[in-house]
Design a protein around this ligand. Structure first.
Ligand code: FAD
Length: 265
């Protein structure tokens, strides 16, 4: 077969290779299923690019590409944008110096035990956890974008992206149901970080033992006690989360300083 060598990684780290591979897949592969963007899809894509251009804690060359894409989208008076035009920009056809997004898929923390497991969906969760944490730690980052002063800006953008673009439509349906039921209660950027964690665990619970589960990466309620002992408590013999500790853990785990450049192209 063509199985790649297993790459060593630590569960306590987040990998930039996963985040960049996810962005590559989103921009060059997932988006390609839409020949032109208009209306709600175009608005959703603009919001997504705004959020990543302002909040992605990545390499300068990638951030510059996202910023250039954003400037271009904002300056265009068009109501329809062909995917090919976006692809030309993502591939830097105009050869602007210092901007680049690798077109290699290199899963590290998101590598699966076989093709078809983990990979892109794992990187998308990771990306949005990173973005909610960035939004909470850099309150001014979204200034002058139209998304400022909205503690749910990242989550609403994720919600619209998942519904309009994410290849797994059943996932979009489930995510939308969760958002309708509980997103209105989110009132701060910290609550947004915790909301995504809670919903992700809900999905893990639903998928445990199903075909979506990589046998080498069982679905669990995350973070496990070995990753964050103080996140777990017992009250009257029943497991409860210490949400203050969980929030601190999420900010550390998904914070810029915990993103490893290991195995990057
Ligand atoms: P993932 O669940 O992708 O998690 C990636 C990494 O995030 C984990 O390895 C861990 O390090 C960390 N993590 C785990 N839990 C949490 C948490 N609670 N908070 C923060 N970090 C955490 N698949 C389906 O089959 N049906 C669905 O309905 C479905 N809905 C989805 C909805 C969304 C929005 C997304 C992005 C994906 C969805 N998927 C669904 C895919 C599924 O959730 C997994 O992404 C996929 O099965 C790969 O799982 P994984 O083992 O890589 O871990």
């Amino acid at each position: 077969g063509t199985a790649e060598a297993w790459k060593d990684f630590e569960k306590s780290k987040v990998y930039m290779a996963d985040l960049e591979s996810g962005l590559h897949y989103l921009l060059r592969v997932e988006l390609a299923t839409h020949q032109t963007l208009e209306g709600e899809e175009l608005k959703t894509f603009k919001d997504f690019v705004t959020v990543v251009a302002k909040l992605f804690p990545g390499r300068q060359s990638v951030v510059k590409l996202l910023e250039t894409l954003l400037e271009w989208l904002v300056s265009l008076p068009l109501e329809k944008i062909p995917f090919d035009a976006i692809l030309d920009l993502v591939n830097n056809k105009m050869r602007i110096s210092g901007m680049f997004l690798s077109d290699q898929l290199q899963w590290v923390g998101c590598q699966g035990s076989r093709v078809g497991l983990r990979g892109y969906p794992c990187s998308l969760w990771t990306l949005f956890h990173v973005l909610t944490v960035q939004a909470a730690s850099r309150p001014d980052a979204l200034a002058n974008t139209g998304l400022e002063e909205n503690p749910k800006a990242v989550l609403q953008t994720m919600r619209k992206y998942i519904v309009n673009f994410f290849g797994c439509q059943e996932c979009g349906k489930h995510f939308e149901e969760m958002a309708v039921a509980s997103l209105p209660q989110v009132k701060s950027v910290d609550q947004a970080v915790l909301w995504l964690w809670r919903k992700h665990n809900q999905v893990n619970g639903r998928l445990a033992g199903t075909m979506s589960e990589d046998p080498h990466f069982p679905k669990t309620q995350w973070p496990s006690p070995d990753l964050c002992p103080t996140c777990h408590e017992e009250q009257d013999g029943i497991h409860v989360w210490n949400e203050d500790k969980v929030l601190m853990f999420l900010k550390q785990h998904y914070g810029a300083a915990n993103i490893s450049p290991k195995h990057m192209y």
